[in-house]
Design a protein. Structure first.
Length: 364
C-alpha cells in the first residue's frame, strides 16, 4: 500500500473504468439472508421511487434504498455487525468484549449487538465524530474512548485494545492478517442487495450508486452484481467526500493508497485507507468513482427530505454523486461511460438516516 503525503488529498473528482461490467466473482453465502430474516426486528427497508428526481436527471426511474431504520438503528451497519458477531462468537462461552473503531454507525451497531447478546463493548472514536453519535453509542452501555486522531489511528488503537484477554475485534475494514471478521461484515451487507432484487422484481437496475468509506459496503455491492454468470450487469458508481477520497485516489493510481483526510460532514465516509479485503473487488468491479463536497451532500439531503426520504450526509452522498456525474461540463461523456439513457433505472443506496435516532429496540 503506497502513501505520498506530498500529493493533494483529491487529485481528480471523477474516474471512469471501462470493462468493469465484464468482471465476475463468487457470490455471498445464501445463509446470510436466512439469518437476518430470523432476527426479531427484521423487516426489509423501503425502496422508494422518486419520479421527480428521474425527471430532473433525465432518467427512466430513480429509486432510493432507505436505510434510515434498520433493525432498530438509523443505518445499514447492523446487517454486517450482527452476522459477523454471530460467526465470530459461535461456540464462545461466557461474555466477551467486542472492540471496534468507528465514525459512528458501525460502532453503534456493534454496541447494540453486544448489549442484546449480553456482552460488553468498547468503541473507539476519532476526532470529529458528532457528540450525538458518541452519546448514542454510550447509551447502549458501551465504553467509549475518544482518540485524538483520524479514523485510521482509531482503528490502530482498537486493534491494540483487542489484544487484551477476552476481547474480540469486530472491525469493518481489513488489513494483512485481519480479514476474516471484516469478510463476515461484508457478507452481512448482502441482505441489502438481495432486498433490492426482490423489490425491483424482474427489472434489473442500470446503475447502482454506493457511498464509500473503506469500501466494505461497496465490496458487497460489487460482489452481488458481479457474481451473476451472465445477463444484464449494472454500472456501479462509488461516491466519497472530497476530503477523504481514498478509493478514488487508489483507482487513479492503480494501487491501494493511503491519503491524508480532512474534515467532512460525511463523517462515516471519512476514511483514508481502503480495506485490503475490499480493494481487489473495487479495483476490478467499479465502473466509476466520484468525489463530492459537503455542500453537495447537504443539498442532496435537503432535496431527499422534500421528497419524503430522511437521509444524513452519508446517506445523501449517492444523490450528490449522481448529480455530479450527470450535470455540468462533461456530463454527456459521463452519462455514456455509465451506460445511461432516458429509460435507465438507477438505485441510490441511502445508508443512514438524519440526526433523529429511533427508540432503542426491546432487548427481550
Amino acid at each position: 500500500m503506497s502513501e505520498n503525503p506530498d500529493l493533494p488529498r483529491v487529485p481528480l473528482p471523477w474516474i471512469a473504468r471501462p470493462g468493469a461490467r465484464a468482471w465476475r466473482c463468487a457470490p455471498a453465502p445464501v445463509e446470510v439472508r436466512a439469518f437476518h430474516t430470523a432476527l426479531p426486528d427484521y423487516a426489509p427497508t423501503p425502496l422508494t421511487e422518486l419520479p421527480e428526481l428521474a425527471e430532473e436527471l433525465r432518467l427512466g426511474r430513480v429509486l432510493v434504498k432507505d436505510e434510515s431504520s434498520r433493525l432498530g438503528l438509523p443505518a445499514f451497519k447492523a446487517l454486517g455487525a450482527s452476522w459477523a458477531v454471530h460467526r465470530a462468537l459461535a461456540g464462545a462461552r461466557g461474555p466477551v468484549t467486542l472492540v471496534t473503531a468507528t465514525d459512528g454507525n458501525h460502532g453503534l451497531a456493534v454496541a447494540r449487538t453486544a448489549r442484546l447478546l449480553g456482552h460488553r463493548a468498547h468503541v473507539l472514536v476519532p476526532r470529529g465524530v458528532r457528540p450525538g453519535a458518541v452519546a448514542a453509542i454510550a447509551s447502549e452501555g458501551a465504553q467509549v474512548t475518544e482518540v485524538p486522531g483520524t479514523y485510521d489511528e482509531a482503528v490502530r488503537r482498537a486493534a491494540e485494545v483487542a489484544e487484551e484477554p477476552g476481547a474480540v475485534l469486530v472491525q469493518d475494514t481489513a488489513w494483512p492478517g485481519y480479514e476474516r471478521i471484516p469478510g463476515w461484515i461484508v457478507e452481512g451487507y448482502s441482505t441489502l442487495c438481495a432486498e433490492v432484487d426482490e423489490q425491483l422484481g424482474a427489472r434489473e437496475p442500470d446503475l447502482v450508486v454506493v457511498p464509500v468509506g473503506v469500501g466494505s459496503l461497496a465490496q458487497a455491492v460489487v460482489t452481488h452484481y458481479r457474481s451473476r454468470p451472465s445477463g444484464h450487469a449494472p454500472a456501479l458508481l462509488s461516491v466519497e467526500p472530497e476530503a477523504a477520497a481514498c478509493v478514488l485516489e487508489s483507482l487513479t493510481r492503480g494501487e491501494a493508497t493511503s491519503i491524508r483526510t480532512g474534515d467532512t460532514d460525511m463523517a462515516g465516509l471519512n476514511c483514508g485507507t481502503p480495506s485490503t479485503l475490499a480493494w481487489p473487488h473495487l479495483d476490478a468491479g467499479l465502473d466509476a468513482a466520484v468525489a463530492v463536497r459537503d455542500t453537495d451532500s447537504a443539498r442532496a439531503a435537503t432535496r431527499l427530505a422534500e421528497l419524503g426520504v430522511r437521509a444524513g450526509p452519508c446517506g445523501a452522498a449517492p444523490l450528490a454523486g449522481l448529480r455530479a456525474a450527470l450535470t455540468g461540463p462533461g456530463a454527456d461523456e459521463r452519462r455514456t461511460a455509465l451506460g445511461l439513457g432516458p429509460a435507465s433505472v438507477v438505485v441510490l443506496l441511502s445508508t443512514e438516516g438524519g440526526d433523529a435516532r429511533p427508540e432503542p429496540a426491546d432487548p427481550s
